[in-house]
Design a protein around this ligand. Sequence first.
Ligand code: ATR
Length: 290
Amino acid sequence: MREINGKTRTSGLIGNPVEHTMSPMIHNFLAEELGIDMTYVPFHVEKGALDTAVKGAYSLNVLGCNVTVPYKSDVMESLVALDDIAEKIGAVNTLVRVEGGYKGYNTDITGLLRALKSEGIVLENEEVIVLGAGGVGRAVAFMCAVNGASKVYLLNRTIEKAEHIAEEVNCKVGTQCVEAWRMEEYDKLPDKKYLVIQATSVGLFPKVDEVVLEDEAFYKRVKAGYDLIYTPWETKFMKLVKKQGGQAYNGLKMLLFQAVDAFELWNECKVPDESAYKAYELLQQAVTKR
Ligand code: ATR
């Protein structure tokens, strides 16, 4: 166990609830592994206390924080600067200490990009289907558009939400690559194989028998399926992708790399692949034990 002393820097997670987070495990492991004198703790912040919590953290010399539900948008008002992508997405999950306060970043998205890359998936010139047009689907659509996807088909049960996001992303990124589609109209998409990112909460434990699209015909068009869910380890979406011969991935690497990106920002360091992989093994053990 690492010793906490007068020089130890503190970081943590602002959210509500925070009791089930795996972030302390990842960050404290990385600190130990890299010999960095930093500790990471959960900060349960009550509704209405977000701004005082952020300002208080700064006064307490806290090095940086992650931010989770329900504060990823609200926290932006308490920051002194915003990274470009985080500003466009309208959500922040990482605060980095700068002069006078914190700068907000979105490492959920950079982490997802890194997770995809680690599986050999590149977005450049790729036609991508994104399932879901909630806050997460919106951020994923942004990520795909910003990183050179040639087409992003944003499929949602409620078409209006997808249309709204498509318009916003195209406008902010200066592209026309995002198209809104009704979920059930997937069969009208050009008949080819796609990378599909599952960005809804459908299928999340304990409702493991649910999936946004049941039709086998849809899965015949999936060459790779990336589910942002990681509990259960293999979602129904992933099972359906595999059944039709596609590659399927869960969202645990996204969780890993959003943490690695935040850790690197706070400590101005590069986490070696080998250390990231060890942290991933820890996470995998924790998730499969749950
Ligand atoms: P988040 O901000 O985490 O993305 P959200 O805003 O509640 O969460 O969005 C959830 C997404 O899952 C939405 O795209 C939602 O579709 P609607 O916009 O039509 O509501 C989608 N979703 C949730 N339950 C669904 C279901 N049973 N079938 C299809 N889509 C579903």
